[in-house]
Design a binder for this molecule. Structure first.
Ligand SMILES: *Cc1c(COP(=O)(O)O)cnc(C)c1O
Length: 420
């Protein structure tokens, strides 16, 4: 792309953007004068689609109107409610409906998946994560190691960037698995790293792990609704992701879960049980011996929180009308423009640590600012530029194709330039 650094040009980009209309379908936080904030933290909490209120209100109304009969009555009865989400969610991550379910929250799901897919033996018990894994994932795998009686120092293997580098190299994972694969039971890797924004080749990770009979799981918290991970084709064994980041479904909202078709009918897998992964046809007989459902639904435990699922249904309907192809196309352009503008700032204090290749990143850019401290982040916030600060010196900034404009990134970079 040949970009230009001018406000007129930026406005033209917005005018030509076929997805520009979507911004108006979101609540954009505003300052006292009614000006929109420059919101770049859709990677942390996505903004609220205006239609979400209607979706939640509908369930409140059904509850008021029908009480417990709401499980069977109304437009969207609660008994099969999660099924209204499955197909659209599956499409977003490139999975089959059989492989996909929405349930629980992310870290809970990682544990439930490890109950089934982390079956260590004395010889094969180690877990590989990225050295910059999200803290919750690190704590989760450490506690799984301990739960099974292993030492966490010995059992946790870190895939690290090389000295002086920020990004992970797939060859280094290959080396780890070649050297220690006989002792490794599980690779649990963030598909898009939360810190650097690096989008890893998850198909390649699956091949590397499977060559040594390791299970491969992917945390897609920063990938779902941001990149197109083609989970089914990638061959990974399982994945999970939250819905409050790029999937705009509200604070603390539920998680998506993927279990590959190859495990869909394996009734021998160890797993925890509840009434919601029991056969739907006999669930309410209440006296049956446990009869596990096939596919991802076979990992559910509880009847789900409908109000939270209503927010997810609203968001998924939006994603479904737009489609990930169109979103991704805009995203590459928007982040490309952002990168171009940052690189135009005349200073050697700034370095983008996110990969430059659009295929190796989503929308987020992680910008390292030398000799900066958190006061820079505070000054940005004072200008109503909402970004995310990571110690010691990185600003994470995610222009989201659903609601961010080219003008947003232009104005952000103008203000950043002034502050440096
Ligand atoms: C956001 C995020 C989480 C948060 O987990 P919750 O269980 O939803 O609180 C976990 N892992 C990663 C990689 C994340 O980005």
């Amino acid at each position: 792309m040949n970009y230009e650094n001018s406000l007129d040009y930026t406005k033209q980009l917005d005018k030509d953007d076929p997805l520009a209309y979507l911004r108006n379908q979101f609540h954009i936080p505003k300052d006292d004068k009614g000006n929109d904030w420059l919101y770049f933290t859709g990677n942390s909490l996505g903004l609220q689609p205006k239609q979400t209120q209607k979706y939640i209100q509908q369930e409140l109304d059904d509850w008021a109107k029908y009480g417990v009969e709401g499980h069977f009555e109304g437009e969207t009865p609660w008994l099969p409610y999660h099924e209204f989400l499955t197909e659209k969610m599956a499409k977003i991550v490139g999975a089959k409906p059989l492989e996909t379910v929405v349930m629980n929250t992310l870290t809970t799901n990682l544990h439930l998946l490890m109950v089934s897919f982390y079956q260590p033996t004395k010889q094969k018990y180690k877990i590989v994560i990225e050295s910059d894994a999200f803290p919750s994932d690190r704590y989760a795998v450490q506690s799984q190691l301990k739960f099974h009686g292993f030492d966490i120092e010995d059992g946790l293997v870190e895939w690290k960037p090389r000295a002086g580098e920020e990004l992970l190299r797939i060859e280094d994972l290959e080396t780890i698995v070649e050297e220690q694969g006989d002792e490794i039971a599980l690779l649990l890797i963030g598909g898009v790293n939360y810190y650097t924004g690096q989008y890893l080749d998850i198909k390649r990770i699956a091949e590397i792990g499977h060559a040594k009979k390791c299970i491969v799981g992917i945390d897609l918290a920063h990938g779902a609704g941001n990149v197109q991970p083609n989970l089914h084709d990638s061959g990974v064994d399982f994945a999970a992701w939250c819905t409050y980041k790029y999937l705009n479904s509200g604070p603390g909202s539920l998680s998506g879960l993927f279990v590959h078709e190859k495990h869909a009918h394996n009734r021998e897998l160890p797993r925890f049980a509840g009434w919601w992964n029991h056969n739907k046809d006999t669930r309410f007989n209440m006296r049956q011996p446990f009869d596990v459902m096939s596919g991802a639904e076979g990992w559910q435990l509880s009847n789900p929180p409908i109000l939270s699922m209503a927010a997810i249904r609203s968001s998924l309907d939006l994603f479904d009308t737009v489609g990930m192809d169109a979103l991704r196309e805009k995203s590459e352009k928007l982040t490309g423009y952002f990168e171009y503008l940052i690189n135009q700032i005349d200073t050697d204090r700034i370095k983008i640590i996110t990969p430059t290749n659009p295929e190796e990143r989503g929308c987020q850019l992680s910008i390292q600012v030398q000799h900066a401290d958190k006061s820079l982040h505070q000054k940005l916030t004072d200008h109503h530029i909402i970004t995310d600060w990571r110690e010691p010196d990185v600003i994470r900034c995610a222009p989201v194709p659903m609601y961010n404009s080219f003008e947003d990134v232009f104005r952000m970079v103008e203000i950043l330039k002034g502050l440096l």
